[in-house]
Design a protein around this ligand. Structure first.
Ligand SMILES: Nc1ncnc2c1ncn2[C@@H]1O[C@H](COP(=O)(O)OP(=O)(O)OP(=O)(O)O)[C@@H](O)[C@H]1O
Ligand SMILES: [Mg+2]
Length: 404
């Protein structure tokens, strides 16, 4: 589980921290920095996969000329804020009751990214803390190498407890998913037998077919789907095309069927969410880009219910990014406390993050008594955080007229 991420000179963030809960909604206007935040999480995920820095930020090709990993948008040249020589990420990690702080600083001046500094420390008395600087590390983060016996020795206390701790901490960065679902891609026929949905959902048919092999899981899936669409979906079928690839077919109570080609975009996107969250090996972390896309506002509540259900066990964390003020008003109190606004002040190039629960008391009172969606729609939150940045202006801005 990730508890926090601090971005220093990473992409559009000079210095900002996002605190994370089971469900952390990230809301912000266009170009505020939401996808840059996703890039930071992808960078961390790349570390857990054992890639070099050049591969994480650039791209990773494997045998047969197959692209295994798409890098960070903008590559090495645009990874740091306004061409800064380095960026750093500080992450709070939690696993099996232990809490860790991981930090990595990456230098970009030489064209090829290199580690300037890297450290892992455990909260409280512990012998797992290690810290490395440029002269002893390589172009591959030590964090991953430490988990592999014999790959790397670092000065300090004995290796085994440290390796165990590094594994525990690193596991919080594994099995992360970054979904940017595309209804067009999700209609495609897919090779059967797949369990992990691709980021854009190209193999949806295959993943759903695998899910539906388990009757209990299939029943839950149909139950969710029924609540979403006015179509009375009774079953899902997966006919094969001549090449053996499977297609999705939605079957109604009266037996009539419609293929994924004619299914609505919202239905397909919802099927994508279901496939990602109900998988037999649920992801530890899911970042959903623009989660409200293609869903009617009345169906957003259903999606939130689904996400809450998925995060209930405490093993899956979800970070939806959104433009939707309406979504904010649908959050329960706990999820609202974990929501953050990503924003930029006029005339300033850097992105900032403000946890909505950490607004000053005056401002919080306005949030408590007013409709959050209309506050957000009117730009009130942005005004509030702008005032926050001026020490002599402690009062909340005047809320807009309208529904309370
Ligand atoms: N290295 C950098 N230094 C400064 N600003 C940067 C850097 N890299 C990207 N940006 C800025 O980040 C902004 C884009 O941020 P991002 O893609 O995260 O937006 P977003 O919130 O996802 O927007 P949308 O809702 O439109 O998808 C652009 O304005 C771009 O100029
Ligand atoms: Mg974006």
């Amino acid at each position: 589980m990730l508890t926090s991420i601090r971005l220093v000179n990473f992409k559009s963030f000079p210095d900002a921290t996002l605190r994370l809960g089971p469900l952390t909604t990230v809301i912000g206007t266009n170009a505020s920095g939401k996808s840059n935040l996703r890039d930071a999480f992808r960078f961390l995920h790349g570390i857990s996969r054992g890639y070099t820095l050049a591969e994480i930020i650039g791209e990773k090709w494997i045998e047969g000329g197959v692209l295994q990993w798409k890098g960070i948008r903008g590559g090495t040249r645009e990874a740091a804020f306004r061409g800064a020589p380095a960026f750093a990420l500080d992450v709070g990690l939690e696993g099996a009751g232990r809490r860790f702080a991981y930090r990595i600083e990456v230098g970009l001046e030489k064209g090829v990214p290199e580690i300037v500094q890297e450290s892992l420390a455990e909260d409280g008395p512990s012998d797992v803390t290690w810290r490395m600087s440029q002269d002893v590390t390589s172009d591959r983060p030590a964090f991953h190498q430490l988990t592999v016996p014999g790959q790397l020795t670092v000065p300090g206390p004995p290796g085994r407890p440290r390796r165990r701790a590094a594994r525990m901490a690193l596991s919080a960065l594994s099995n992360m998913r970054f979904l940017d679902l595309s209804p067009e891609e999700m209609k495609r026929a897919a090779v059967p037998g797949q369990t992990t949905l691709t980021d854009r959902g190209e193999n949806l048919a295959s993943v759903l077919q695998t899910l539906c092999n388990d009757t209990g899981r299939k029943a839950r899936l149909i139950h969710w789907l029924r609540s979403l669409t006015p179509m009375d979906v009774a079953d899902l079928r997966f006919p094969a095309d001549p090449a053996g690839r499977v297609l999705i077919e939605l079957v109604e109570q009266d037996g009539s069927a419609v293929s994924a080609y004619s299914a609505s975009d919202g239905t397909l996107r919802f099927l994508g969410f279901l496939a990602a969250l109900m998988s037999p090996e649920p992801p530890r972390f899911v970042f959903f880009e623009e989660v409200e896309n293609g869903l009617h506002p009345t169906r957003l509540q259903l999606l939130l219910d689904l996400i809450r259900e998925a995060t209930k066990s405490g093993t899956t964390q979800v970070v939806p990014s959104t433009h939707s003020p309406h979504l904010l008003s649908l959050l329960d109190d706990e999820s609202f406390r974990n929501a953050s606004l990503v924003y930029r002040l006029e005339g300033e190039p850097g992105s900032r993050i403000q946890r909505l629960d950490e607004l000053p008391p005056d401002t919080r009172e306005v949030v408590r008594s007013r409709d959050r969606a209309s506050l957000l729609r009117s730009g009130w939150f942005e005004d509030a955080v702008e005032l926050l940045s001026v020490p002599s202006e402690p009062l909340a801005p005047k809320p807009p007229e309208g529904p309370r």
